[in-house]
Design a protein around this ligand. Structure first.
Ligand SMILES: [Zn+2]
Length: 323
């Protein structure tokens, strides 16, 4: 079974240790209009190569960058970063959620037309680049809107045909069960779906309930103290492992190697204000989840075999459909 990376298809066994949700760069539509906007492509590549090389020294072979289509996705830049760092990159097709994305042209398209876009990219590549996404990104906001339902339906339709993974964004860990229901109603394979951003759930049992419906579940914002403390994340992971959910659990950081914008392009929690530099310098090394955070898990009884399942086997099953 093969996996499509930005530099071409590889065998499942070549994936190696994999982080399922990290970003090389994020850019929001409109930020290029900011008079202070001067993105430097060479610098963006250099920073990302540095960060991915650091990750590689800790045994990680692949990252999935599930950047939505309209959030500054740049396959040619990913290919350059992947070739220079030696870390494989799987990237996404798929639109973001209504409050933060979905360009007007696509808002008025039918679910069939959106699915057609996703399938075209999956099969032929993005634009004229020939670079093919390996997964579909899907996302919902704090309240799920009719537009988001349409876009999720399109994701399910495309996944059914392309037989690839869907990786989701949830706001504040909410509505994963609605995402699952929309995917199931539209014939998606739930065993190839990862419900993301479960870091803010009020208990590990809520995450277990999602896993009981057959998808992967992800605590994939490790290190973001402004969302949740890592000790609580580690408690959740240990509890899920002890309760037998290891084979459905994925871990990642949602790290952004660099931002193109001169000002922070997304809303912070009330009372928190940061520049892009402050936001990024708060990011730990990309290896944090497989080093310090994994040590927190070991202290709580998670074994190295469990970590192999979480960082090796689960991403492989998610991305290829086979164990
Ligand atoms: Zn993300």
């Amino acid at each position: 079974m093969q996996v499509m990376t930005v530099t071409g298809p590889i065998a499942a066994e070549e994936l190696g240790r994999t982080l399922v949700h990290e970003h090389i760069v994020i850019g929001l539509p409109g930020e290029e209009l900011d008079p202070n906007s001067r993105p430097d492509r060479r610098e963006i590549v250099a920073i990302a190569v540095d960060k991915l090389q650091e990750l590689k020294t800790h045994g990680v072979g692949t990252i999935v960058d599930p950047c939505a289509i309209e959030m500054g996705r740049d396959p040619e830049l990913y290919a350059e970063v992947s070739e220079r760092s030696g870390v494989r990159v799987v990237f996404a097709t798929g639109l973001f959620f209504e409050d933060s994305g979905i360009p007007q042209y696509w808002r008025v398209r039918s679910e069939e037309e959106i699915a057609e876009l996703y399938l075209h990219e999956l099969e032929n590549g993005v634009g004229n680049t020939g670079l093919r996404p390996g997964i579909i990104k899907a996302a919902t906001g704090a309240q799920i809107t009719p537009l988001e339902r349409k876009v999720l339906t399109a994701a399910a339709m495309a996944q059914r045909e392309a037989q690839c993974a869907i990786i989701t964004h949830t706001e504040h860990s909410r509505h994963g069960e609605v995402q699952q229901a929309i995917f199931a109603e539209n014939g998606a394979d739930l065993t190839r779906v990862m419900i993301g951003h479960q870091d803010e759930q009020s208990s590990w049992e809520e995450i277990a309930r999602l896993a009981d419906r057959g998808t992967f579940v992800a605590i994939d914002r490790v290190g973001y103290d402004i969302l949740a403390p890592d000790d609580r994340r580690a408690d959740y992971v240990a509890a899920l492992v002890a309760a037998g959910y290891t084979r459905q659990l994925c871990l990642s950081q949602d790290c952004i190697c660099t931002l193109k914008s001169p000002r922070l392009p997304f809303a912070m929690p009330p009372g928190v204000s940061m520049t892009p530099a402050e936001f990024l310098s708060g990011n730990r090394p990309l290896s944090y989840v497989v080093t310090e955070f994994s040590d927190k898990l070991r202290e709580r009884g998670v074994t190295d075999e469990d970590l192999d399942v979480i960082f090796d086997q689960n991403p492989r099953r998610l991305l290829t459909g086979v164990a």
